[in-house]
Each structure stands twice: as C-alpha cells, then as structure tokens.
Design a protein around this ligand. Structure first.
Ligand code: TRP
Ligand code: ZN
Length: 469
C-alpha cells in the first residue's frame, strides 16, 4: 500500500467512526469504491449485464467432453473500470465456480441466481479506480445448461446429434462463460476449445491454430472486431470444413455436419457471392472472416447470426443465408444499444431478403411491402416497442421493421441516396452500438427531412394506417 492510499484509508475510517456509520458515502471519494450494478436495466432483461466496468477482451479456454456433457473453462476477462469499484458482477447461469482472481489475487466469490459477485481484496480494490484496466480470471466447470427464452425458444448450450452448439440470443452466453452479458458491452475474443480427437470446434473469427495432442484436439479462434456476447458461439461435432479467401481478402471458413454436407455444398459455395452482393449495398463487410456453420435440422429451432459465421440448423436456402449474413452489418457490427432496438437488426435483415428476392427472382420489394402491410400479424405492436420480452422475436419486429426501412426509401425517393444513407449508417456506427433514437436522428440529419410523421406511424404507431403511403 503506498503512503497516499494508507493516509486516505485512515482518514476515511476515522470519519466513519465519528459519524457512527451514518455516512458511508463520505468514503467514496477515498479508497473504497462502490459495488458495480448487478444489471444494466435493459427494458426487457433488467438483470442482464453489469455496471461499473467495460470488457475489452475475453479469453475463453474451454475443455469440452460432449459425450459426458461436461465443460471446464477458464475465462480471462480484461476490463476497464467505469467507476471506483469495491466489487463487481458477472452473469453466469449454472456451472460451478472453482476460483476467481482479480489482478492475480484471489477474490471472494458469491453466487446468487445468475449473478456472480467478485470482491477483490483490499490491496486490489485500491487499484480498481475509474479508468483503470484490470484482469479477472474465473475457473469454472459443470454441465452447461440449455436456457428457455421468454418466447419459449431454447438457447444457451444445446446438445446436438454429435456434440453441442452454443447460441446466445438474447441471454444464452452466460450458460457457457461468465461475462457482461448485454449487447451494449462489446469486446474482442479469443476462444480456445479442446475437444476429443475426431471432433471439430468451430467458433467466431479466424482459426489461428489447431493442435493435436494424444486424445484431444485444440482449436484456437480469434475475433479482433468487437463482438456482443450474444453473438459468440462454439459448435462442436463432426464437421466437413472448407476454407478459402474472397477477392477482398476475407477468410471464408465453412463447416457442415457430414449428414447435411452434400446438401449444403451448393449454398455454402455462394457465401462469397452473397457477402459481396451485400457489401455493394450495405458497405464494406465488417469482419476479417466469414463463413457459416451448418448443423442438422433439430440441432436448434432457428438460425442465428453468430458473428462472422452464422449458424444454421440444416442447409439454408439463399434467402435465409442472405438474412443471417445481412445481420453481420445490422446487429453484429452495428449492435443494438438495448433489446428494445431489436427492429434495427431484424428490420434490415428482412429488408435484405426483400432486396435479394427482387434482384434474383424479380419479385418487386414493393410487393413484399404490400403483403407485409396487409398481414394483420405485423400490426400486433409497434416495431420499436414490443410489449414484452417474448415479443422481440415476433413478426412486427421483422416485417414491421422492414416496412419502416422501405418507408424511409420512399421518403428519400432516390435509390442512390437511399443506399448511400444505408452505407453511411453502417459506417457511422461500425463496430459500435446504436439505439432507435440514434437511427432516427441519423436519418433526419442525413436527409435533412423532418420524418416525425413516419416514425410516429410506422415505428411507434402499432396500428395499420389507412393508406400505405
Ligand atoms: N436473430 C435470429 C434471426 O432472425 C432469430 C432469433 C433467434 C431471435 N433467437 C432470438 C430473435 C431471440 C430475437 C430473440 O436471424
Ligand atoms: Zn434475423
């Protein structure tokens, strides 16, 4: 302890004694920090995420035995304090924590539901000042859980025909690693997975090494671009893999379960073409790697836009591949600030499908818009204000969101300007987070138009207007 610290601690303790513990806040400017919040008050998932720090990097080392359904992990989390911290939380569902250190020294661990609280010793606490970067290591193990979402779908750690897959939208990453499980805190990742020989572990980004040792193989994946926790994945099983490079230098890595590999080959070959087609419309592809993971039908109930490498339960058709790939721009690079902003993901990804269908099959976007407009389902609630957490994955967020995008295109009334607007959006918020308010402000500023009427009717209105325009 340095001299200054010890003096302040003494003064603080003396002050406390004098005030008979009535003013613990009198000490917050001194040595003691305060606990980081246990949640980020997301409108739909208030306990997700944690306050007081910002993760910059996750290093996850996992040892997985799919047959025994067991996982052993070491999570090394590099974070920057956003306040003076006395303790802080990580989100973790199930599993057993063996030990935790902060800045290399043992920290006290408390579990309460899905909140893991780490309390460093006094010496470390004195270093957890606002702005400081600190390192936390959590060792944990157990049988990872499958979580059920408010909409009844399953996520977290899913068992598959010959292994497992981790899918995390909206909450499931906490089933396999401790972290700040909210889209507003993005970080780079190193994910190292050791699996029994003969199995492959596929994750996000670039495969930086693969090494065999006796009965196991270790795969090391690295994604340098910021990633929200819900987009992290690990798929373990038997996979036919294929690597190539696009003309733009993006690494392509595809993995298909051998049971569906033959049926997937044709569509997987189109990954570079689809990435390029979208890059022309949405701006430069935001990551250094791309690809896809194709499991068997039944491995999951839905596809997910896992960063740089979407997951599909069975061979996708072109429309679905276009949808998940569009999320690489809308969702993965430009990530919602909270789960209320979900329509920014699904509206754009759905609109990408409409554009693709027009381009490839000649079915006009306007027709898709008209059909969406006529469908009662799409008017159940406003895209930007789903009534409950179960609704963030429902039709008004997808088709209703796509209708908002199309109305903007009509308001701009010039396709060159519209696509420049879209590319400007992905550029302005590239690798960041954006809210609905950020979006409407961006559109109004860029177009110079007052679009209050459009937002009120199409984004916040929630009932079908009398006319389509
Ligand atoms: N984002 C996925 C897609 O449309 C679908 C999805 C999976 C989802 N899990 C979700 C949407 C949870 C909202 C909430 O490509
Ligand atoms: Zn989607």
């Amino acid at each position: 302890m340095d001299q200054r610290t010890s003096v302040r601690r003494t003064a603080c303790a003396a002050g406390l004694a004098l005030l008979l513990l009535t003013a613990s806040t009198a000490c917050t400017g001194g040595v003691e920090g305060t606990p980081g919040a246990a949640g980020l008050r997301d409108p739909y998932f208030p306990k997700l995420g944690n306050g007081g720090y910002d993760v910059t990097h996750y290093d996850l080392a996992l040892d997985v035995d799919p047959a025994a359904h067991r996982l052993r992990g070491t999570a090394t989390i590099t974070a920057r304090a956003t306040q003076d911290l006395s303790s802080f939380n990580l989100d973790l569902a199930g599993l057993t924590v063996q030990s935790a250190t902060v800045e290399g020294r043992p920290a006290a661990v408390n579990r309460a539901g899905r909140e893991l609280t780490l309390r460093p010793d006094a010496e470390v606490e004195s270093r957890l000042r606002k702005g400081r970067t600190f390192r936390t290591v959590v060792r944990y193990s157990g049988s990872p859980q499958t979580l059920t979402d408010p909409d009844e779908s399953e996520e977290g750690w899913l068992r598959t025909a010959d292994g497992s897959v981790a899918l995390g939208e909206p909450t499931g990453s906490m089933a396999w690693f401790p972290g700040n499980n909210h889209p507003s805190d993005k970080a780079s990742y190193d994910i190292t997975v050791t699996v029994p020989k003969g199995l492959t572990a596929v994750s996000n980004g670039e495969l930086t090494s693969r090494s065999a040792s006796g009965t196991t193989t270790t795969y090391h994946w690295h994604i340098a671009e910021p990633m929200a926790s819900y987009l992290a994945t690990v798929a373990i099983g038997r996979f036919d893999t294929k690597t190539s490079t696009t003309p733009d230098g993006i690494e392509v890595f595809t993995a298909a379960d051998p049971a569906v590999a033959a049926d997937s080959a044709g569509i997987l070959d189109r990954v570079p073409e689809i990435v390029e087609w979208e890059a022309e419309r949405f701006g430069p592809y935001p990551f250094s790697a791309t690809g896809a993971i194709v499991g068997r039908p039944g491995d999951a109930e839905y596809a997910l836009e896992t960063q740089s490498r979407p997951f599909f339960p069975g061979p996708p058709d072109a429309g679905l591949l276009v949808h998940e790939m569009a999320h690489q721009w809308f969702g993965d690079s430009v990530t919602p600030e909270s789960w209320r902003d979900m329509w920014l993901n699904e509206g754009f990804a759905t609109y990408a499908e409409w554009l693709w269908e027009e381009d490839q099959e000649g079915n006009p976007v306007q027709k898709r818009f008209d059909a969406a407009f006529d469908d009662d389902e799409n008017w159940a609630f406003p895209p930007a204000d789903p009534p409950t957490a179960a609704d963030i994955s429902q039709a008004p967020v997808y088709e209703g969101g796509a209708m908002v995008i199309h109305r903007i295109r009509q308001a701009v009334d010039d396709d060159k300007r519209f696509f420049a607007l879209v590319r400007g959006w992905t550029k302005a918020y590239r690798h960041g987070n954006a809210s609905t308010a950020d979006f409407t402000a961006y559109v109004e500023k860029t177009t110079g138009q007052d679009l209050t009427e459009l937002w009120n009717t199409w984004l916040y209105g929630g009932s079908r207007p009398d006319s389509k325009d």
